[in-house]
Design a protein around this ligand. Structure first.
Ligand code: 5AD
Ligand code: SF4
Length: 530
């Protein structure tokens, strides 16, 4: 795997020339009216924030955060917003008007790099016109590129990594007093970001991190080198956070971790918890059952579990605990056993299909989504055909598909058989054609049923509609209705389907059982080739 980030400590790099170039970044208005004030208690003192500032919110400065990448970054950005608000900052609608612009970055694929540096170059003329504007880069790409960020974009003021978001106030103060960029990258997490205050994007939903880091070594993946080894939060801390969120109006939580279903293994290893209790459940299943007892918590989701760690008690919890949703994200990555071996993913395609069958048989109506990488080094036409076969058999309800991207320092870079981009792209298009058809068929099966929707807000493409999610995480748009307010649970009759969303209408009729996809055995009986 990639080497760990540089020495613990701080490096200060002098600013160099500031030349105007490029055009201002395209503003993506932050929905300021949907934002909520920081509500989670400040459980850890923030470095560099005078207590008086915390209490009085002394400044009238504004911030704008742009988040790249995964849900973990969404979670971290909400914490960064919380930290900034504790310092007295208020949200701004765009980077142009903000006193501070923060990019929370992603490094998982190469285009994430390109995107960041492209967007940073858009900030250059803004910084030139408003030298007091603070530009901050945090997260995975910062952890990876460290001082390289300031070398390529000398107009950046602060760079912090994946382990030290809590230091933001101190780093900003230092950048102010020294008028120089400040770069601080740590090798280990000292404090869970969850211990920081949060400002949630959506009032009724919260991301809850249950573990950070990853102990696996998938050969394509840069995450372990950037986020470090797996570290689980204590169950009591998670439950306390969720209870506080529910008291604050949250109805749905998504539990986050790189590998949620190995949750707690490190706590057992370190002797911090005793291991499987009297019911002999894994700690992750135990956590789901515990969250099931919280009054007012309507929905629990989680992402992502690893197929190799999947245990039946988690499926049972998804069936038996009423607030755990019938939604499973199970990353396949490849349907070829040879490629799975080269990826260092220790399950095989049959084991994966068995899990899918067990999930569909245990959890009525479950919707299963996945991640798939196309064009991993050495992938032959037969390997790719295996992926298509497994995808068809699994009948995924949704899929996130990626072209393999070389990440520096990962083991896959050293493998032979790197494919030419045209081959990868042609396979990618064949795969997405299949996954799109499967999603459309899956959504089509819902038409005519009545499902529970948690309303998120106005549709992004048609404000005359409201958008919500079913328990299975399907996106549904309904015409405006007095009951369809953000955060409300309503029933909707589903009328039309596409591969990405459904159209429906609010109804008072009772909900039907969610409609699932037949398991592979049933598909075989229906004539789908095995
Ligand atoms: N190239 C392409 N896709 C990748 N992913 C992770 N690393 C790479 C890479 N180097 C995908 C995996 C993972 C998802 C979050 O991103 O499918 O599950
Ligand atoms: Fe990366 Fe996920 Fe594999 Fe960990 S389990 S190395 S985060 S793909």
């Amino acid at each position: 795997m990639a080497s760990h980030a540089g020495q613990r400590g701080r490096s200060t790099v002098p600013t160099s020339s500031r030349v105007a170039a490029g055009s201002p970044g395209e503003p993506r208005p932050r929905p300021a009216d949907t934002l909520r004030p920081a509500t989670a208690p400040v459980r850890a003192p923030l470095e560099g924030v005078p207590q008086a500032a915390i209490l009085s919110g002394v400044t009238s400065r504004t911030y704008f955060i742009r988040t790249f990448g995964c849900q973990m970054n969404e979670h971290d950005s909400e914490r960064a917003a919380g930290v900034l608000e504790t310092m007295g900052y208020r949200p701004a609608p765009d980077p142009e008007s903000a006193d501070l612009v923060l990019f929370n970055t992603c490094a998982i694929r190469e285009n994430a790099d390109n995107k960041l540096y492209g967007q940073l170059s858009h900030l250059k003329p803004l910084k030139l016109a408003q030298p007091d504007k603070k530009i901050v880069v945090g997260g995975c790409l910062a952890q990876k590129d460290q001082a390289g960020i300031v070398e390529r974009a000398p107009w950046v003021d602060v760079v912090y990594g994946t382990h030290n978001m809590g230091a933001l106030p101190r780093l900003l103060a230092q950048a102010d007093s020294e008028s120089l960029p400040v770069i601080e990258i740590l090798e280990h997490t000292e404090m869970f970001p969850s211990a920081l205050p949060a400002r949630r994007e959506v009032a009724h939903h919260a991301w809850v991190s249950i573990s950070i880091g990853c102990d696996n070594a998938c050969t394509f993946c840069i995450v372990p080198s950037l986020r470090g080894p797996e570290k689980s939060r204590r169950l009591g801390d998670i439950v306390a956070e969720v209870k506080a969120l529910v008291a604050d109006g949250v109805r749905e939580v998504t539990l986050l971790g790189q590998n949620v279903n190995s949750y707690g293994r490190d706590l057992v290893r370190r002797g911090e918890v005793a291991g499987p209790g009297p019911r002999n459940r894994t700690l992750f299943a135990e956590l789901l059952h515990t969250l099931g007892e919280i009054d007012g918590l309507e929905r629990v989701r989680f992402t992502s579990p690893h197929p190799k760690d999947f245990t039946s008690d988690v499926f049972a919890a998804m069936r038996d605990v009423p607030n755990v949703c019938e939604q499973l994200h199970l990353p396949l990555q490849s349907g070829s056993d040879r490629i799975l071996r080269r990826m260092q993913r220790s399950y095989r395609s049959q084991r994966f299909l068995d899990l899918v069958t067990e999930a569909r048989e245990t959890i009525p109506g479950v919707a299963i989504s996945t991640d798939i990488i196309v064009g991993f080094p050495g992938e032959s036409e037969e390997d790719f055909a295996d992926t298509l076969r497994v995808v068809e058999l699994a009948a995924f309800d949704a899929a996130f598909t990626f072209e393999y991207s070389k990440r520096p320092g990962t083991a896959a870079v050293e493998l032979d058989g790197h494919l030419d981009p045209a081959t990868v792209n042609a396979r990618y298009r064949r795969l997405t054609e299949l996954t799109r058809r499967l999603s459309a068929e899956s959504n089509q099966r819902q038409v005519g049923t009545v499902q529970e929707l948690l309303i998120e807000g106005p549709s992004k493409t048609d404000p005359s509609r409201m958008s919500g999610r079913t328990r299975t995480n399907r996106l549904v748009h309904v015409p405006r209705h007095p009951a369809a307010q953000p955060g409300a649970l309503v029933h909707a009759r589903l009328l039309e389907a596409t591969s990405h969303y459904l159209l429906g209408e609010v109804t008072e009729d009772p909900c039907d059982e969610p409609v699932g996809t037949p398991p592979p055995a049933a598909r075989a009986a229906a004539g789908v080739p095995q």
